[in-house]
Write a protein that binds this ligand. Sequence first.
Ligand SMILES: Cc1cc2nc3c(=O)[nH]c(=O)nc-3n(C[C@H](O)[C@H](O)[C@H](O)COP(=O)(O)O)c2cc1C
Length: 167
Amino acid sequence: MKAIVVYESLWGNTAAIARAIAEGIGAEASALSTSQASVEALAGADLIVAGAPLLGFRLPTESMRNSIGRDPKHAQRPADLSQPSLRSWLAALPKGSGRSAAFETRFKWSPGSATGAIGKSLMRAGYQPIAKDERFLVKGTYGPLADAEVERAKAWGAELARLWKAE
Ligand SMILES: Cc1cc2nc3c(=O)[nH]c(=O)nc-3n(C[C@H](O)[C@H](O)[C@H](O)COP(=O)(O)O)c2cc1C
């Protein structure tokens, strides 16, 4: 059994959640950025967990990422735009079969979601959801994560592993 937790993260919050989820799943799981999660790295994975920040009420688009890179407003907190977007990673995901789960990092009271688009793409590629989408909360525009969200992510990972292994 092999699980991949793939993430997009501009300021590190989603990456921290992804690492905690992988830790919760156990030794079969690795947390990988979109560039690390190559076709070779994915080979044999029967669980894909994918997550991204909610930006502008949706799964980040290329135009949103470009405008964040250009906007002097974000210069104090430069975004890591060196990795491909999860949106483009999902578009290139080869057909496979297995299970999936989707998560996002975000504010508590925001409209929109990233997980809807993530889940749909995973399903289209042949990975059926194993659990309900999950959201992990930040306290401010660039983070940090809200209290105890890392622990909650670890527990969610353990729950995913339980469901996955029970099949
Ligand atoms: C330009 C920008 C737009 C954002 N838009 C939203 C939003 O629409 N809804 C929301 O809940 N959070 C929004 N946030 C907060 C991010 O979702 C949050 O900081 C996220 O955890 C960042 O994840 P990362 O550190 O992995 O990149 C936004 C943050 C920035 C900087």
